[in-house]
Design a protein around this ligand. Sequence first.
Ligand code: 475
Length: 833
Amino acid sequence: PVKAAAKTSTSATQTTATVDKAQVKAFKEQVEKHLRTTIGTSPVKASKLAWWQAVVATVNEDIFGRLTDTQQTHAKNDTRAVHYLSAEFLMGRLTINNLTNLEKFDVAREALKEFGLDINEICEEEPDMALGNGGLGRLAACFMDSLATCNYPCVGYGIHYENGLFRQEIRAGKQVERPDSWREYGCPWEACRPESVQNIPLGGYVEKQTAPDGSQCSVWHPSSMIKGVPWDIPVVGYRGSSVAILRLWESRSTEQFNWDVFNAGGYVDAQAEKSLAETISKVLYPNDSTEAGKELRLTQQYFFCACSLRDILRRYKRSHHNDFSEFAAKIAIQLNDTHPTIAIPELMRLLIDEEGLSYDQAWDITSKTFNYTNHTLLPEALEKWPVYIFEKLLPRHLELIYEINFRFLNGPVEAKWPGNNEIKSRLSIIEEGEVRKVRMANLCVITSEHVNGVAKIHSKLVKENLFPDYAQLWPNKFCNVTNGVTPRRWILSCNRGLAELYNDVAGKDWPLDLDKCEVLKKYADKKEYQDRFMKIKHDNKVALAKTIKELTGVEVDPNAMFDVQVKRLHEYKRQHLNLLYIMSLYKSLLEDPDQDIVPQVFIFGAKAAPAYTLAKDIIFAINAVGEKINNDLRIKGKLKVVFLPNYRVSLAEKIIPAADISEQISTAGYEASGTSNMKFSMNGALTLGTMDGANIEIVEQAGIENNFIFGLSVDEVLELKPRYNPWDYYNADHDLKAVVDWLDSDFFTPGQPGALSSIKTSLLNNGDPFLVLADFASYKEAHQRAQKLFKDKAKWARAAMINSATMGIFSSDRSIRDYAENIWTLRSQIVKK
Ligand code: 475
């Protein structure tokens, strides 16, 4: 049984809108019906989990009908559809979002209230679907929301990981990884589709055969078969427009396969082989922006691409039989980074080996079907697979890759640069060396119609610095689509107070046309609206302060400035620059405890890849410094530092609406775009950041004067890097020297001297690869500007409102329309009921 909800629950999510009584009654009846007949319990004894399941069952009644309508419409119209291939979809929780998109949130809230329940508490029962690492995975999730909302024919394809990204615990200040079995007790949103199971061959060898006409052909004899079981997750468009499908593949062993092994080696071996097959979709690799380089990872990539392509072909053949002339006109495939690149040779193989097309026919289709999005310039993230792994797992695919490479180097490359072997070795898909490797990005660029980066500056760097030779060959292949985020999740669902304000000033359609929010600019100088805007922010901060207390035990004052940096932990994102600044602020407070500074709360959230030692050391340092500062009575609570454990989508939804300052402080040129920067601005935080990624476009919209920009530009970084010496900065700046040396003492880690030294080592002895010391002075100065403005409540409110009002172009609907018009050539379809 669940006790009645407290009257004053999180006020930040309360709305005052009047709700239709009849709808509330109907919703209540449905929930109670499902509680009894689907879940098998009753209102008096139901647990919160049971109530949540009953709510989901109720919502699903709505969703599945609309799903059928959507699929029938798209099948009938038979226009081009996009297939978004991504190794990651970071969906988070779905209940509040689905209720919001069906415009049932208020109804559900009232209905649950009549049962004595708080909707937010009930929705806390839902585990996050953490099937992604960070930005790239969350982008895919926002794109699904926009594809559905904008009514584009589409399917998202990915992996049904049994374990999502690890759950992070903090013990004695250190990150500990725990498994995340998000569907241990089942996930009520997903539906298994046994009728669409696929069998995927793997391993073995290739036999050369001579056809009756004398031509050579290759026959692949795989050594094993893996079964791919599809799980469908419906994605509801806003106002129920259409329902898109996210299809995730789970690996199983095939009966045939088991049977053979059983005959050959007996039951135990058969079981071992079974677990091998099931291992493929067991875990998500927890590496963000770094290469995993493991055989299992390539197997995962191949497995989900092979399943997805068979699914696409099956559906195509249903209406076009064996005539492939229309294939590229009907099918667009988007590769979300290089992770699904193996889909390219797999499509070639299916068309040639299984459908009997010629190489030229297959290439013509393949090269008109694929497009590739690049998400990072970091060299360690560019996937390269040793040729010997391909020989073992995918021998026929390797043969096709060689063929693609041969024709490319002897065709377009030879024509443009006759006899130039240096250029050929740079452009080749194969990297020569002690261990020969397949460069997946090169295969993507050679095959794709379009290659895009994810923010203007990033797309420019992709074209000019990452692929300059390809850009000479095909200048028009390269384009930009600046990222976006869905305003349904990132304003309407997570910041009800702000959503109501927009309803009042911009009308109710702003979630479908975020440019409408710009009217708020007109009210940015009006005291009444400033007060309302800042009251919403304050309420959100009160709610976050409560969460901080629950999760860390630290008390923070909602009147203090909330300065937030939440994102994966990586040196290039420079959480340690933030930490050095906090240390210098603390030092100056110790020197003069009575100085008049704005009280500040520094809030961090970040997971580190388990093998990334320095990243884990930085997490430990943040916790150690926080522990000391939070308990130092001398500074009178003017400064607090909190590290919120297990940062994930559902925590972001609580943190972002409560931020005053958004820290976006990557070394210029390294953050491809960033997407939390957009979410923060929409929710009225001011950006303290570098001219990097989409920060540049954010201040283009909101005005540089309404944000705090600092640091070296991309050009300055490129210029400084070759002659950079961190010691120069260390020796020239007393304050900087003092805080860097502080890391070597045991001040923050009593009894453990040197526990934070690895950070100092990376900054001085290892050359400070991300120019932390070079940007320190400028960063400090930007913080001083922020403090000054925060003291002027009216000016701050004005700047915050202008930021929020001008983020229209960062709706993922705009990104998706860009892709649809410039890359996919899709037409939006009205779904008939
Ligand atoms: C960029 N993830 C952000 C975001 O475009 C950008 C890499 C390898 C393996 C698994 N995951 C990854 C990324 O590379 C990634 O998340 N990149 C991010 O993509 C969306 O906004 O700047 O760092």
